[in-house]
Design a protein around this ligand. Structure first.
Ligand code: IMP
Ligand code: MG
Length: 178
C-alpha cells in the first residue's frame, strides 16, 4: 500500500500537532457551551477521534454519512444523504468535522441542512482544505492543513474506499487511478 504513494505531505507527528492546535482554539472559542460535534463519515473518523480528545469541553458526538464521489477522484455535483444524524440539531451549536473541503459542495449541503433544521450555529473544522478546488464560495472556520490541488489519501481519506488506514496523508500516484 505504501508503494502507491508519490509523496508524504503530513506525518503522524504533524497531524497530532494540528489536532492539539485546533483543539485548544475550539476549547477557548466554545467555552461555556456544549457543542454538538458532527463527524462526516467515512473520511473524518480518524480526525474526529484525534481532535475531540484535544477538546476540553462537554460535547455530544454524532455522525452523518453523505456521499459525493462514487469511487472516482473528482466530486460529483450530486450529494446524497446516506445515513442521517440521530439526534435533534435544533438550537444546537453544531461543529461539523470534515476530512477535506474541495469544491465546497458537501459543506454547503450540510450547512443548509443543519440551518434548515434550526441549528443555533454551524461551524466547520476540516482536517484538510483544498482551496484551489472551490466551486462554491465557502470556508471552514478551523483548518488543519491547506493542501494543493492533488488527490490525496490516508488518515481517513480514500480512493475507491482504500488507503483510509494509512497513518499519514500522501499524494496518490497518478497511475493508480488513470
Ligand atoms: P467537496 O464536496 O468537493 O468539497 O468534496 C468533499 C469530499 O470529497 C470530501 O469529504 C472527500 O470525501 C472527498 N475528497 C475531495 N478531495 C479529496 C482527495 O484529494 N482525496 C480523497 N477524498 C477527497
Ligand atoms: Mg471520500
Amino acid at each position: 500500500m505504501n508503494n502507491d504513494i508519490e509523496e508524504i505531505l503530513f506525518d503522524q507527528q504533524q497531524i497530532h500537532e494540528a489536532a492539539v492546535r485546533l483543539g485548544q482554539r475550539i476549547t477557548e472559542d466554545y467555552a461555556g457551551q456544549k457543542p454538538l460535534v458532527l463527524s462526516v463519515l467515512k473520511g473524518a473518523y480518524l480526525w474526529t477521534a484525534d481532535l475531540i480528545r484535544e477538546i476540553d469541553l462537554y460535547v455530544d458526538l454524532e455522525f452523518i454519512k453523505i456521499s459525493s464521489y462514487h469511487g472516482g477522484v473528482t466530486s460529483s455535483n450530486e450529494i446524497q444523504l446516506v445515513t442521517d444524524v440521530q439526534s435533534d440539531v435544533k438550537d444546537r451549536d453544531v461543529l461539523i468535522l470534515e476530512d477535506i473541503v474541495d469544491t465546497g459542495q458537501s459543506l454547503q449541503f450540510l450547512k443548509d441542512l443543519l440551518k434548515d433544521r434550526g441549528a443555533h450555529s454551524v461551524q466547520v473544522a476540516t482536517f484538510l482544505d483544498k482551496k484551489e478546488g472551490r466551486k462554491i464560495e465557502i470556508d471552514a472556520d478551523y483548518v488543519g492543513f491547506d493542501v494543493r490541488n492533488e488527490f490525496v489519501v490516508g488518515y481517513g481519506l480514500d480512493y475507491a474506499d482504500l488507503y483510509r488506514n494509512l497513518p499519514y496523508v500522501g499524494i496518490l500516484k497518478k497511475d493508480i487511478y488513470s
